[in-house]
Design a protein around this ligand. Sequence first.
Ligand SMILES: [Mg+2]
Length: 220
Amino acid sequence: MSKIYSNVMLDLETMGNGPDAAIVAIGAVAFDVASGEIGPAYYNRVTLESAVQGGGVIDASTVAWWMQQGDEARQEICRPGGVTIGDALRSFAIWVAEHAHDTEMWGNGASFDNVILRGAYARQGLQPPWAWWNDRCYRTVKALHRDVPMERLGTHHNALSDATSQAQHLIKMLAPRPPDGWAVMNEDGRIVTWYPQRDHASIIAAQHRPGAVLRAMHLE
Ligand SMILES: [Mg+2]
């Protein structure tokens, strides 16, 4: 039986910025704060037509914003394919039930992703796969730990890349400090970033961090 998680990082790509924004992609990863592990991932693109038919709202300023984003992220949400909003919501609920229990759902922030997704479930007459009291706000934690840098993985504004980067950043922010892991420091001895795990992959990542005048140091 596969591991059951209690945290999920959610990232939506939308065509609006209000509470009823039309959803065009849902990305999520399950994760474990204590072990620092990133677990199973969910990703689906949603057809804009179905999102709008389901009551999702397109906002002109968001469309203009999308036009200025990178090619890869833009093409991903514009290319043909994708599932209907109803199918995406149902499959996301099944995925959450399969991999998580009493799920704490993290959004960037809880007033954006969580509210928009919950509203989409309500408009489809479906039950969201997490309880309102388990809404968690990555944006707030980020504001409280401005000294912990985020390392972006994959494509910025791809829902799955964003969810994964955010989950790793959150794990790092919530890790005990100083971390029992590997710190990457600059020449002045200031910690630039760290890897809360002591596994081989973390050590390699620390040693290969781009721009490295940096040295990896074991903090134990
Ligand atoms: Mg995103």
